[in-house]
Design a protein around this ligand. Structure first.
Ligand code: CP
Ligand code: NVA
Length: 320
């Protein structure tokens, strides 16, 4: 328990634990800002601050209880480009790893940094951190969702000429945290999602219902071809997320859902392939698709920087 030393929270803090915390209008504004900032600094050294350095002097604290390459580097570079800086606490070397409570960590960090990002195995920990912090808390991936990834994915789709409302997105493989955030985005932007998973690996029904009740069409199928047919964007992710068992039975069940050239041929001719990375080429995606002309996975990875900047600016009340 937190004890009797809770802070006066003052004006509402903008947390970004899920896409709905910001809502469709704010995310649309984030996508526009991200495109503008990206264009304005084309060709610059990656650590050089944007001309307006809107977060000069601000510090982001990043808590990692799971591995990361893209999220870690993109938030660090995002803060540099916004004129601020970032620091990392990983569970192996911080007191969190020795049992210091989330509540105390939240209250201490709130006095030392201007925003906190957390990547953790348990979404409830991110919620608890946000409850006790008095600075914005950003979800950098939990077992439930990965909202920052999907802002980058939306940015990538828009950059590649896709209008979000009415878009047909196919998801192949495991019904996981990344898919949950895609379904949440579907609810906000009114696109449709065809989810192809083996039986028993469907997404949480809460996210399916969220999208459907907002008017999006969500197809759940155990037939990979049915999911891919006519799609504008084809998306997959690792079959085994961090913290999950490498079960042979799961890998065998996933095999028919590999995104290969035959599956991509069922999608629209100008369909794009997205993957949040890290990829396991030869498992969820074939080498020909991953390295092929429809793959925009490295644009997507770069866009993590531009998306994080927009998320950080929204959290600080500078967008939306
Ligand atoms: N896509 C993504 O979140 O990558 P990392 O796990 O490397 O941060
Ligand atoms: N679903 C994956 C995403 C990694 C960025 C995981 O949670 O491990």
């Amino acid at each position: 328990m937190a004890g009797g030393n809770a802070l006066d929270l003052g004006p509402a803090v903008r947390n970004f634990l899920d896409l709905s915390d910001a809502g469709g209008n704010a995310i649309a504004a984030m996508l526009a800002d991200a495109q503008d900032r990206k264009a304005a600094r084309a060709g610059w050294p990656k650590g050089k601050p944007d001309a307006d350095a809107p977060l000069a002097g601000h510090v982001l604290g990043m808590i990692f209880e799971k591995n990361s390459t893209r999220t870690r580097v993109s938030f660090d570079i995002a803060m540099r480009q916004l004129g601020g800086s970032a620091l990392i606490l990983d569970s192996g070397t911080s007191q969190l790893g020795r049992g210091e409570s989330i509540a105390d960590t939240a209250r201490v960090l709130s006095r030392m940094v201007d925003a906190i990002m957390i990547r953790t195995d348990d979404h409830a920990k991110a919620e608890e951190l946000a409850h006790y912090a008095h600075v914005p808390v950003i979800n950098g991936l939990t077992d439930r969702s990965h909202p920052c990834q999907i802002v980058a994915d939306l940015l990538t789709m828009v950059e590649h000429g896709k209008a979000l409302p009415g878009l047909e997105i196919a998801w192949l493989g495991d019904g996981n945290n990344v898919l949950h955030s895609i379904l949440e985005a579907a609810a906000l932007f009114k696109f449709n999602v065809r989810v192809g998973t083996p039986a028993g690996y469907e997404p949480e029904s809460e996210f399916v219902e969220m999208a459907r009740s907002a008017g999006s069409k969500v197809t759940l199928t155990n037939d990979a071809g049915e999911a891919a047919r006519g799609a504008d964007v084809v998306v997959t992710d690792t079959w085994v997320s961090m913290g999950q068992d490498h079960a042979d039975a799961k890998l065998a069940a996933m095999a028919p859902f590999q995104v290969d050239t035959d599956l991509m041929a069922l999608a629209n001719q100008n369909a794009k392939f997205l993957h949040c990375l890290p990829a396991h080429v030869g498992e969820e995606v074939s080498e020909a698709v991953f390295e092929g002309p429809q793959s925009v996975v490295f644009d997507e990875a770069e866009n993590r920087i531009h998306a994080q900047k927009a998320i950080l600016l929204w959290c600080h009340g500078l967008i939306g």
